[in-house]
Design a protein around this ligand. Structure first.
Ligand SMILES: Cc1cc2nc3c(=O)[nH]c(=O)nc-3n(C[C@H](O)[C@H](O)[C@H](O)COP(=O)(O)OP(=O)(O)OC[C@H]3O[C@@H](n4cnc5c(N)ncnc54)[C@H](O)[C@@H]3O)c2cc1C
Length: 381
């Protein structure tokens, strides 16, 4: 349990590794084949104290820092090969729990937070639409006020956790002309009539994470469902994205560390032309480059966490971290694959899974091109 958490970051990291080894390491070949979400693992993570770790005490949290949470996420990435489960957890934390804490009314917090923190409720963020991906604020989903309620109509796609979610943060536009200044965030329980959830969409990687489409057909919700203020949806979304972009790849740091250690071991023991393959400079230098890029990636994520702990804006740094770490993670996985030769091409080998799982990071939470656009804008270009 993280309740009596030690204070040193490496202790937290170690603690999380041990927890993940003991409770989360599963036969992924089967669960991935069935695209099965590890619900038991989710509950174990909640019991471990993960969801409430960096939540202020007044909300029932443990009051840990963002940096401490990142150290735990890194440890989980090291100990747990189920990247789908970790991705689901990240979506729940950064795009539902944190926005509810930052923008929710006391009533909304009392209604939803206890269940989101103890794991009995799963959260999902619904912003993307077929025609509004990178250009998310061109969304067509509309909200209309009627008889003291809002009526939502529209469709959202590629929503992580949708098929298993209990609560959605849904972004919809209240302006009849769809001016982005009308975009508003709403809290919508999955049981609300008029909210239809598709079956899980088959994916290339992170197959245990469930992704789906939601359709809103005259979905009627009380006025008290507005999260934050009317017309503040863009700010709430940007704030959620800053947190997500800056921190969601912390678990990938642990994954890369594990892959690096295993890769070094493999390079030392695999012999070709009489010698260990590590004796070839081409191989050892590739591993060195992996180590250096991982160190840089780690610094970038911890920098965002430190800035957030100090109460600063980290919009630019979060975009830089997302860009650099996702590109590093993807290249890293290809380099791991090279190291194992044909063995890494076999389905369900860690190298094959690594490629499938890492490549999505180039797209979610804003593509690399979009991160570059954000950084250019922040630089005044
Ligand atoms: C694994 C995964 C999980 C996801 N989870 C969620 C979720 O939980 N909730 C949710 O709402 N959405 C989610 N998404 C959707 C995600 O946010 C979008 O896929 C992403 O924003 C890109 O939009 P798009 O797929 O429509 O691509 P497009 O916007 O169509 O982009 C296609 C290509 O054009 C480029 N491009 C577009 N505009 C520009 C520009 N202005 N400058 C330069 N290049 C540009 C892009 O970089 C990309 O290469 C998820 C996606 C994935 C892959």
């Amino acid at each position: 349990m993280l309740n009596d958490r030690p204070l040193k970051l490496q202790d937290l990291n170690h603690h999380a590794r041990q927890f993940a080894h003991k409770h989360l390491y599963k036969d992924l070949a089967l669960t991935e084949h069935l695209a099965m979400f590890d619900h038991e693992g989710w509950i174990k993570c909640a019991e471990f104290g993960l969801f409430r770790l960096a939540i202020p005490e007044k909300f029932g949290g443990k009051g840990a820092t963002r940096t401490e949470l990142i150290a735990v996420m890194e440890g989980l990435g090291y100990g747990c090969e189920d990247n789908g489960l970790l991705f689901s957890i990240n979506a729940h934390l950064w795009t539902v729990v944190l926005p509810l804490i930052a923008h929710g009314t006391p009533e909304q917090q009392a209604q939803f937070l206890p269940s989101l923190l103890d794991g009995s409720m799963i959260g999902a963020n619904a912003s993307t639409e077929e025609q509004a991906g990178s250009d998310v604020f061109s969304m067509q989903t509309q909200a209309v006020k009627q008889d003291g309620h809002y009526i939502l109509n529209g469709t959202k796609c590629y929503i992580t956790n949708a098929p298993i979610a209990d609560l959605f943060v849904i972004y919809a536009n209240l302006d009849p002309n769809l001016d982005p200044l009308g975009i508003t965030a709403f809290l919508v329980p999955s049981s609300t009539p008029g909210l239809e959830i598709s079956s899980p969409l088959p994916k290339m990687g992170m197959r245990t994470a469930q992704m789906g489409k939601i359709t809103l057909k005259d979905c009627r919700i009380p006025v008290s469902s507005v999260l934050g203020k009317i017309g503040r949806g863009m700010a709430i979304f940007e704030n959620a994205m800053e947190n997500e972009r800056g921190c969601l790849l912390a678990s990938a740091l642990g994954t890369m560390q594990r892959q690096l250690e295993n890769g070094i071991q493999h390079a030392r023991t695999r012999k070709q032309f009489v010698h260990a393959i590590s004796k070839n400079q081409a191989v050892s230098h590739r591993l060195v480059d992996m180590k250096v890029s991982l160190d840089a990636a780690r610094e970038m994520i911890y920098r965002v966490a430190r800035l957030k702990d100090e109460g600063h804006n980290a919009f630019l740094e979060a975009a830089s971290a997302k860009l650099f770490v996702s590109e590093t993670y993807t290249k890293f996985s290809l380099d791991v694959f090279r190291l194992y030769g044909a063995q890494g091409y076999l389905a369900n080998s860690p190298a094959e899974r690594g490629i499938r799982d890492s490549i999505a990071s180039l797209i979610y939470s804003g593509t690399s091109d979009i991160q570059r656009n954000i950084i250019a804008m922040e630089l005044g270009l």
